[in-house]
Write a protein that binds this ligand. Structure first.
Ligand code: CP
Length: 326
């Protein structure tokens, strides 16, 4: 009996060890559905419960080689709100990259200055490279058109907050499905849930085959549509995205975007419809929608702080994810 109790205790301790401890968050595939939910639950805790000393004495290196408003400032706010400090840069050209230093050498060095690194870089795979040399946890704040896993955690948190669930939802994802890294991460995360995904995009900015293949493998129900009007009456979430013209390689910038949301499109929307957008917005959501109950993108932006507080606290082993329930 005593042996069974000891075994049960060891199992309980092992199962409370979070998979990201001393590790990095590079792709949303790095974490399981259970781990995603633990992060969302921890974020819910941080949203209502200040913890001003939790990361006292810890340093975040905030390394942004590409422009950012939300990701950088919400990570830095999260670190300060937990009592930690921040070093970093917002332009790679102010670092020794300008003199020809490799990303690998740079991240090896920064790993000795900080306890955790968040990095945004235009090169696909850059965050993975950084994590392989830094010696401290690295969080991918966006690597080219590839992934943006913490934005996805913010998106999932906002869907759950606005709908009360992540299951049995019709979710439309509209805009630049090819170069939108937030779209790629979000699709992979939603494949864990019972959802139907409706995709709308210009025909040369379709969802990459590799993401479609993952959705098919997980039996996620998907459909492709020509216009927003076609799907609005049946959806619970409309996830709008910006056309990422800066990533175009051979595409023409002159085209008709079928993903421009107007107030008149919402006449047939369900009452519970909520519109999300990772932001920044260009012209894809009319500003007169901002004051309707459907608009949720600014609440979503605010959720960046508690979600990133949860990610930082978990990566630095300051909380046990299993202590939080929803
Ligand atoms: N959502 C997002 O990544 O925004 P920023 O580019 O401003 O960080």
């Amino acid at each position: 009996m005593r042996l069974i109790k000891i075994c049960a205790l060891i199992f309980a301790m092992m199962s409370s060890v979070y998979a990201l401890e001393n590790n990095s968050l590079i792709s949303i595939d790095d974490i399981s559905k259970a781990e995603i939910e633990q992060i969302l639950n921890a974020a819910q805790f941080f949203k209502t419960t200040p913890q001003p000393d939790l990361l006292k004495g810890h340093i975040l290196a905030s390394c942004f080689f590409e422009p950012s408003t939300r990701t950088r400032l919400s990570f830095e706010s999260a670190m300060y709100r937990l009592g930690g400090n921040v070093i970093g840069f917002t332009d790679g050209d102010t670092t020794s990259t300008k003199k020809g230093e490799s990303l690998s050498d740079m991240m090896k060095g920064i790993g000795s200055f900080a306890d955790v690194i968040v990095m945004r870089h235009p090169m696909v795979g850059s965050a993975h490279l950084a994590a392989s040399v830094a010696g401290v946890p690295v969080v991918n704040g966006g690597d080219g058109f590839n992934q943006h896993p913490t934005q996805t955690l913010v998106d999932l948190f906002s869907i759950r907050e606005s709908q009360g669930t992540l299951d049995d939802l019709h979710i439309a994802i509209a805009g630049d499905l090819k170069y939108g890294r937030t779209v790629h991460s979000l699709c992979l995360a939603l494949s864990h849930y019972r959802v139907h995904l409706h995709f709308i995009s210009p025909n040369f900015l379709l969802l990459p085959d590799v993401i479609c293949e993952e959705l098919r493998k997980s039996d996620t129900s998907i459909s492709f549509h020509e216009s927003l009007e076609e799907v609005i009456p049946e959806i619970d979430i409309l996830y709008m995205t910006r056309i990422q013209k800066e990533r175009f390689v051979y595409e023409s910038v002159d085209f008709e975007n079928p993903c421009l949301l107007k107030l008149s499109h919402l006449a047939k929307a369900k009452d519970n419809l909520r519109i999300l957008h990772p932001l920044p917005r260009m012209d894809e959501i009319e500003v007169n929608i901002d004051n309707t109950p459907y608009a949720y993108y600014f609440q979503q932006m605010g959720n960046g702080v508690p979600v990133r507080m949860a990610v930082l606290a978990l990566l630095l082993n300051k909380i046990e994810a299993n202590n939080f329930s929803f």
